[in-house]
Design a protein around this ligand. Structure first.
Ligand SMILES: O=C(O)CCC(=O)C(=O)O
Ligand SMILES: [Fe+2]
Length: 552
């Protein structure tokens, strides 16, 4: 949960004026069928050219479909908001803001004597089945924390705190606080300490141990199902939760101002905060995505007689904030959440999502199964609704499709399931010369570059873009399903601009899913031979190659 401050606007320093935002593109007058270029250009990973289809038995008739009546596909298609594409766009626009970006829950604490783990007969399937409520999280015995004292002469027994705190050992909390350090935050790659932004104490995981494990009580199962669901057909993603810090926010002014956590590696997709039942007031955690906010206020429960461990998990790109603690101590564990593969450490409950049983799928299916929609095949674009760590130290490391979140993941898998080609591409949104129309450009790779180039005019800018690596697809060949959201932009490259004086500038890109829709033939869409082969590293064989450095 390394973090960056201040909030979004300064996360990447610059704002691209809204005027550069393209409309949802209707690339041709007819709106749905880009005018075919003499020789169709295509993203390098896969194409929609004839030789790329799985089989082409009646080749002649395939060609016939291109323009049988000589009218051209543009004439067939009418722009109409009531059609399948219009409905899909409307559905995306009205639904994507509701998609889940955070979740939370509570685990009851029971005394050792009541704890199921201390009984001879743990809850059997039969006893669960007879329960009238949905299986809830297994209760947890009191939580113990042990830590290394600063002063090595302190007896080990004094460096132990049990939560809920019992009267007899309440002074141990003071010892814990005395053995902790001020909590810093990350700013521009540096560790900063500034109580205006964050006032809290921390212990690194190497300095303490606990009997609490988020896997054992099912928290990771729940997070996995809600924030990282697996399409039944896809690779099985699992979560690796890495303990990051023990934190205490103390009243009257402990807090953490609005920030976005810096992903510790490209496989990190989220963070988990676990709060122990220790008396405090205030200190609510608010998590935001777009114009939505979820508040996790753990104070009242921490003060109640039914102690619970409360938790919240959220995607890494969500801004969040810990409001001031007015009194008492808000004690938390934080975890970094990474995508991993295989069985992970889930407790065995399957979490496969049937992509075809979602309203989204039905909308996409209606578009793809419409024979008047892109009868000759074509390209759709979808700006991701979340931000991803786009820049890689090696250009060959692509943006990770495996950590796609929420709606982005659903779109990716649904289009794949419908036989379309999908790939992730950066979309450059900076254009110092504001050449219209469509200043945006689709690129090939996600990698931050430093161009030691001086750009004085449009020609030099274009020359630099060629080094950045524009994709072989022109803007007019893309039909966009949603509007660009500039809040998710990332720095893409640095260069020197020459106006009256030289200045260092950053160009920004968004992340987009580019979808190749195969052509219509013989009453159905043809099958692409390869859905995608991407030199950006999207389709590596993760089973034989460790995808990420998880231990950095
Ligand atoms: O304690 C919390 O609720 C959140 C803490 C946080 O944002 C962080 O450690 O980065
Ligand atoms: Fe944070």
């Amino acid at each position: 949960m390394e973090s960056e401050l201040p909030v979004r606007s300064s996360r990447d320093g610059h704002d691209v004026p809204d005027t550069e935002m393209p409309d949802v593109a209707s690339p041709s007058p007819a709106g749905r069928s880009p005018s075919p270029s003499p020789k169709r250009q295509h993203p390098i990973g896969w194409s929609l050219q004839d030789e790329e289809y799985e089989s082409d038995p009646e080749d002649d008739s395939v060609k016939d479909t291109e323009d049988q009546d000589g009218t051209g596909s543009d004439d067939v298609v009418q722009e109409d908001d009531d059609d399948a594409l219009g409905q899909l766009r409307y559905w995306l626009e009205s639904n994507y803001k509701d998609s889940l970006f955070a979740c939370g829950g509570a685990v009851p604490i029971v005394s050792e004597a009541e704890s199921p783990s201390s009984k001879e007969t743990p809850s059997s399937p039969a006893s669960q089945a007879s329960s009238t409520t949905a299986p809830s999280t297994a209760p947890h015995p009191p939580v113990t924390l042990r830590w290394d004292p600063r002063d090595s002469s302190t007896p080990a027994g004094h460096c132990r705190l049990t939560v809920p705190i019992d009267e007899a050992t309440s002074d141990h909390l003071d010892r814990l606080l005395a053995d902790m350090q001020p909590a810093t935050f990350g700013l521009g790659g540096e560790d900063m300490y500034d109580e205006n932004y964050r006032k809290a104490s921390k212990l690194d995981p190497s300095k303490f141990a606990t009997n609490f494990c988020p896997y054992n009580v099912g928290i990771i199962d729940v997070v996995s199902q809600l924030l990282l669901p697996n399409p039944a057909s896809g690779k099985q993603r699992a979560i690796k939760a890495e303990l990051y810090k023990l934190n205490v926010y103390t009243g009257p002014s402990g807090h953490f101002r609005a920030h976005v956590d810096t992903p510790r590696s490209r496989s990190q997709f989220g963070s988990l905060v676990v709060c122990f039942p220790v008396k405090h007031e205030g200190g609510a955690l608010e998590v935001r995505h777009e114009d939505q906010a979820l508040t996790f206020d753990w104070a009242s429960c921490a003060n109640s007689d039914a102690p619970q461990i409360q938790w919240a998990a959220f995607y890494s790109d969500c801004e969040h904030e810990v409001f001031p603690v007015q009194s008492g101590h808000r004690i938390t564990l934080t975890y970094n959440l990474y995508v991993t593969f295989g069985n992970g450490q889930l407790s065995g409950r399957p979490n496969a999502l049937d992509t075809t049983q979602t309203p989204l799928y039905r909308h996409l299916e209606a578009v793809i199964n419409d024979d008047t929609f892109l009868p000759d095949g074509g390209y759709l674009g979808f700006y991701t609704t979340h931000a991803y760590p786009q820049t890689a130290s090696q250009p060959s490391q692509g943006c990770l499709t495996d950590i796609l979140k929420g709606l982005d993941m659903a779109i990716w898998h649904a289009f794949q399931r419908l036989g379309c080609g999908v790939c992730l591409r950066p979309v450059l949104v900076s254009d110092p010369f504001e050449i219209k129309p469509r200043a945006f450009k689709v690129g090939k790779e996600f990698a931050f570059r430093n161009f030691h180039s001086q750009v004085e005019d449009y020609r030099e800018w274009e020359w630099m873009l060629n080094r950045w690596g524009p994709e072989e697809i022109s803007w007019s060949d893309l039909i966009w399903l949603n509007e660009a959201n500039l809040k998710t932009k990332h720095a893409s490259f640095a260069y020197t601009a020459y106006g009256n004086e030289a200045s260092s500038e950053i160009a920004y890109s968004l992340c987009a899913i580019i979808i190749g829709v195969p052509k219509w033939h013989g009453g159905e869409r043809m099958r692409l031979e390869t859905t995608f082969i991407d030199k950006g590293g999207e389709e590596k064989d993760w089973e034989h190659e460790t995808p990420y450095d998880l231990d950095n």
